[in-house]
Structures are given as C-alpha cells and as structure tokens.
Design a binder for this molecule. Structure first.
Ligand code: GDP
Length: 198
C-alpha cells in the first residue's frame, strides 16, 4: 500500500468539496510544525507529497491524498495552535471540523501528532476533547523522537499514555516516530493495514 505512487486528490476548505466517502480514510492532525507533512511523506516514501511547513493564517483546508488503487485516503488536517489566528476563524474552523468528524462514516482513525520533546499541550487536549465528543477513534503519535534521549522518550511516552486514560475515544497505544530515522514507521504501517483489513 505505501509503496504505491500516492497523489494529491483534492483540498476542501469547508465540507462542500469533500471527495465522496467511497473508501476508508485515516487522518492526521497536530499543532503546526509538529512534523505532520514530514510524517505523511515518510509514510508513503515520497518526499514531496504533503507540503512541508504551513504558513500561519493560510487557508485552512482538509487535504486528501490517495493511492492508485483507491484503497485509502490519507487526510491532512490543518495544523492547529496558531496564536495569531483570529478567534472567529478558529471557532468557524472548529465547527467545520466537528461536522466533518461526526459525519464522515469512512474515517477509521485520526492520528494526533505530538512533538516528543514537548508532550501533550492544552491545544492537543482541546482537539482530543473534540474527537472524544465526535466518538472518532484516535491514536497519538509522538514525532521527532530522534531529538530526545531514549530515557526522555520513555518518560514522555509513559506520561502521554497516562493522560490518554481520561479520553474515551483514544486508542491506548502511543507510537514514537521519527521521520528522520524511520523509527516507528513499521508499526504505524502495520496499524494502518490492520485498520483497513478489519
Ligand atoms: P508540519 O508543519 O507539521 O507539517 O511540520 P513539518 O513536517 O513541516 O516539519 C516541521 C519541521 O520539523 C521541519 O523543519 C522538519 O524538517 C522538522 N522535522 C519533522 N519531522 C522530524 C523528525 O522526525 N525529526 C527531526 N529531527 N526533525 C523533523
């Protein structure tokens, strides 16, 4: 699946340009600069599929990528946590996001990306509360694991796992990844494969 040539399918600023829900999909969410584009690119082994580094205030869009067999959509959700973003825009976007999450029957799981150096932040808790509310299954992926020591990584993984206990829709297993070293990607691909098979 991840050795195929993935392509950008479409971007949807609201809910009116979504592609038809004709195949399973998994989504990726996380604070801006968390390493989301790098992770999507590393997952499919294509360096330029997802655009790296988002511009603050850029139009918020859901970006859909697909493989040539149309077996799966990868959904790149806009980075959150821009301090500069105007409040009304954030509120409008959260509303759109909530409708998308609640209404998308083919959405199998949202991967919530968290920087391994920082652990969960209040904005991550907000997005997780939103996912809990929509009863959408989600799983935390720690990113940039190569940037910290093994001891620190174990500590952050344990703390994150502990925090997830109070989130009903969270999948308990936290995966540590690095787009630089490839750490965690074998596990991540296996998780995705299992989701599609199920
Ligand atoms: P996005 O805004 O969430 O899409 O983040 P990007 O993928 O653009 O990454 C933000 C920055 O972090 C870039 O400078 C990346 O090179 C860097 N980065 C992303 N993933 C990793 C990683 O696994 N390890 C390291 N060391 N740097 C990373």
């Amino acid at each position: 699946l991840f050795t195929r040539a993935w392509t950008f399918s479409r971007g949807s600023p609201g809910l009116d340009h979504l592609p038809p829900d004709d195949r399973p999909e998994i989504a990726f969410a996380g604070r801006s600069n968390v390493g989301k584009s790098s992770l999507i690119n590393a997952l499919v082994g294509q360096r330029t599929l997802a655009r790296a580094s988002n511009t603050p205030g850029r139009t918020q869009e859901l970006n859909f990528f697909t493989d040539p067999n149309a077996d799966l959509y990868l959904v790149d959700m806009p980075g959150y946590g821009f301090a500069e973003a105007p409040k009304d825009k954030v509120a409008a976007w959260n509303k759109t996001l909530r409708s998308f999450l609640a209404g998308r029957r083919t959405l199998l799981r949202v991967f919530v990306l968290v920087d391994a150096r920082h652990g969960l932040k209040p904005v991550d808790d907000e997005i997780m509360a939103l996912l809990d509310g929509a009863a959408v299954s989600y799983q935390v992926l720690l990113t940039k694991a190569d940037k910290i020591s093994r001891t620190d990584l174990e500590r952050v993984t344990a703390n994150t796992t502990k925090s997830l206990a109070k989130h009903p829709a969270a999948y308990p297993r936290v995966l540590a990844t690095s787009s630089e070293t490839g750490m965690g990607f074998e596990d991540l691909r296996a998780v995705v494969a299992k989701l599609i098979d199920a």
